[in-house]
Ligand binder design. Structure first.
Ligand code: HDE
Length: 702
């Protein structure tokens, strides 16, 4: 007992054993049926609240091994974050093969219809640090680890099918330029700064990718609504050793969807974990996200006849030219039990391929095959990261690699080399010439040179094709994104240099951006690339809006309610939305909820200040006359409506909401994106309208 009569150790309180902290607060102990807290060495801990000290008010003692172990471990909790793709979120699931692809590949995963292969998927942003916000304008990583029966296959892709650069040697410069500027260490998770635009404007090969990154692809509504791409050309190899070129595509079953930029900026403030939360909520509620894996396969003849080099990662093969064939589905159905152990420690490596899949000579891919092993050794502290359960194959594996930091599955027995003559019992594993991975025997000759192939030279044609394949709404967004980004560049010469490239892509776009930047006159177009610019046929597959999902499934409706809300109407809207496969949240002046028209108490999910409309795909305003009067005094309620309008959202409303609309500055004549909810029967029509996701025909949107 100390002077105040407090105990530093367990005491019996009635029937329960408790432990007391300095403030006298109590903690239930193992004596009350909990597992016993131990040190890492397994020694039971009697007191985890007080350090060992000389007298109750005396100095701490070095002898306190438990304290030292706890603090030392804490001090070492952080590992280096990924140099790119630091912020990520992962989930477990499975891949199901539709039909055998034996004619194309001997990869075990594609041999049997209905085969289910466990997978772990990690989505990420690229530039931001680990703690940055989810809705940065950025490329998203889409990395899939397939635990196949013949080893792990990592398809480490992005949500954009092309890349900034053609040769891996430029990667450190690209990444340096987009990350925080080194003297000031800002801005993070943003490309809107001089260094990035300086670099890309000096690398015309990045212009196609720039079109994608300035499009709404770079601000996806959720991981669940974005495509994924393997980017490079790979090879499939069948049992006869014949190889076919392949490009990998992931298509979301729920369709593609993005947010608008003004919304992205606000989501980052309202919920920086917006994408994480979305994936977590979907999986935890059993609404498992799903993608189809599609292949574009082609032979050497096609490669030779194609307008561009299939080894150039700044180019894609349009789906109209070469259709995508679905070959299986990916379902994510389980969140990691522990973020660090799984999502943070997962080590993706492009060189992880399995028999039946091989590389092309894409110089970006070749460089990546070197980088990923190196980065994992640095990040995970040694060569044994494959011992971590998340990285270990789920098929039998035997090799002679041994020792090093944290070697806890060293091969057993005497033989740790081969060949050896110890026999099958103790001699360990042997090569399998027929079954084992074989690199395709491709002829290669020529002088050793540092040279970019002439076939990589056209940097503008596909950039132009991408821009011209977009709807006018999407083109407007690209123009606005460029104006935003370049307005954040302090150096006039950089702004002008970017516009000089845009002139080679589309003159209207260049003019829009020049006007938006207030450039006095258009600069001269950048020198044309060695190859002449081609006018390629627009491709609808490149647009998000031309491929709209036309369903509200998997989306989220936010309903703003007040005291006096019509219970019948509210229930009808909620039922219609959930029947359409959407989720619903109620937003109210207080999180405690409201008293409905029939006197019942209806709990809310969010207080209005914490539930802005940017968090929802569509909104409904169901308010009573008295309720709306109270809302008029709340700025977040006005923002809720004004933002929903500016972000082109569908809005169901009761007539009583009109004063709030007026206060929010909405036009008197509401457009067709506003659906009146006079009676419960109107709910279905409103939810059906929401399937279009946005009402783009609103002239004064954001
Ligand atoms: Fe990566 N990339 N990358 N990358 N990349 C990494 O590996 C690299 C590239 C991609 O969720 C690093 O574990 C080089 C293209 C994803 O854990 C590193 C080059 C594509 C992820 C690395 C590229 C990607 C990474 C950093 C140019 C799309 C996150 C941490 C040649 C096809 C994986 C790490 C995860 C991560 C190197 C270009 C996708 C340093 C050298 C192109 C999705 O190894």
């Amino acid at each position: 007992m100390d002077k105040k009569g407090r105990s530093n150790s367990s005491v019996m309180l009635g029937e329960q054993a408790v432990n007391r902290g300095a403030g006298g607060e109590t903690h239930q102990t193992a004596d009350a049926g909990y597992d016993t807290l131990t040190t890492q060495q397994g020694t039971p801990v009697s007191d985890d609240q007080n350090t060992l000290r000389q007298g109750a008010r005396g100095p701490a003692l070095m002898e306190d091994a438990h304290f030292r172990e706890k603090i030392f471990h804490f001090d070492h909790e952080r590992i280096p974050e990924r140099v790119v793709h630091a912020r990520g979120y992962g989930a477990h699931g499975f891949f199901e093969t539709y039909e055998p692809l034996t004619d194309l590949t001997r990869a075990d995963i594609f041999q049997r219809a209905g085969e289910k292969t466990p997978v772990f998927v990690r989505f990420s942003t690229v530039a931001g640090n680990k703690g940055s916000a989810d809705l940065a304008r950025d490329v998203r990583g889409f990395a899939v680890k397939f635990y196949t029966k013949e080893g792990n296959w990592d398809l480490v892709g992005n949500n954009i099918p092309v890349f900034f650069i053609q040769d891996a040697i430029n990667f450190p410069d690209l990444v340096h330029s987009v990350k925080q500027e080194p003297d000031r260490d800002f801005p993070q998770a943003q490309s809107a700064h001089d260094n990035f635009w300086d670099f890309v404007s000096l690398m015309p090969e990045s212009m196609h990718m720039i079109m994608w990154v300035m499009s709404d692809r770079a601000i996806p509504r959720s991981f669940r609504f974005m495509e994924g791409f393997g980017v490079h050309t790979f090879r499939l190899v069948n049992a006869e050793g014949q190889s076919t070129f392949v490009k990998f595509h992931w298509k979301p079953k729920l369709g593609m969807q993005s947010v608008v930029w003004n919304e992205a900026v606000k989501i980052n403030g309202a919920d920086p974990d917006f994408h994480r939360r979305d994936l977590w909520n979907a999986i935890q509620s059993g609404d498992y996200p799903e993608w189809e894996l599609g292949l574009q396969t082609f032979d050497q003849e096609f490669a030779d006849s194609f307008d561009f080099d299939i080894l150039d990662a700044t180019k894609l093969i349009p789906e109209d030219v070469l259709p995508v064939t679905p070959v299986g589905r990916l379902v994510l159905d389980r969140m990691p039990e522990n973020f660090f152990a799984e999502t943070e420690q997962v080590a993706f490596m492009t060189q992880n391929v399995v028999p039946g899949i091989d590389f092309s000579n894409d110089p970006l891919l070749q460089g990546r095959n070197f980088s990923y092993l190196d980065t994992q050794i640095k990040r995970l502290g040694g060569p044994n990261f494959a011992h971590l359960p998340i990285n270990a194959p789920k098929c039998p594996f035997h090799h002679f690699q041994q020792d090093g930091h944290m070697a806890f599955t060293n091969p057993k027995g005497r033989a740790n080399y081969e060949p050896n003559s110890w026999g099958t019992e103790i001699g360990g594993p042997r090569e399998a010439p027929m079954q084992g991975f074989q690199t395709i025997a491709q002829e290669a000759e020529g002088p050793k040179v540092r040279l970019r192939a002439e076939s990589f030279a056209d940097h503008y044609s596909q950039a132009r094709q991408f821009y011209r394949s977009q709807t006018s709404v999407e083109q407007k967004h690209i123009g606005a994104a460029l104006v935003f980004e370049l307005s954040n560049c302090e150096t006039l010469a950089i702004r002008e240099r970017v516009v000089s490239h845009l002139l080679n892509i589309d003159t209207d776009l260049a003019q829009t951006v020049a006007t938006g930047l207030g450039l006095g006159a258009l600069p001269k177009a950048a020198p044309p690339a060695a190859k002449p610019k081609m006018d390629l046929k627009p491709s609808d597959a490149l647009s998000i809006l031309k491929n709209g999902p036309k369903q509200f499934k998997g989306r989220k409706l936010g309903i703003l309610i007040t005291d006096g809300v019509d219970t019948g109407l509210l229930k009808a809207v909620e039922t219609a939305a959930t029947e359409a496969g959407a989720t619903v949240e109620r937003i109210a002046p207080t999180v405690g909820g409201v008293k409905a028209s029939d006197g019942t108490h209806l709990p809310a999910h969010r207080k209005i200040d914490g539930g802005p409309s940017v968090l929802f795909d569509a909104v409904a305003i169901l308010v009573s006359e008295a309720g709306v009067a109270a809302l008029l005094k709340l700025p977040p309620a006005r923002d809720f409506v004004a933002d929903a309008y500016a972000h082109y959202k569908f809005c169901g409303f009761t007539q009583t909401a009109m004063p709030l609309f007026a206060k929010a500055g909405l036009p008197k004549e509401l457009d067709k994106g506003f659906v009146k909810l006079a009676q419960p029967a109107d709910a279905k029509g409103f939810v059906q309208a929401c399937a279009a996701l946005r009402f783009w025909d609103r002239p004064d949107g954001a």
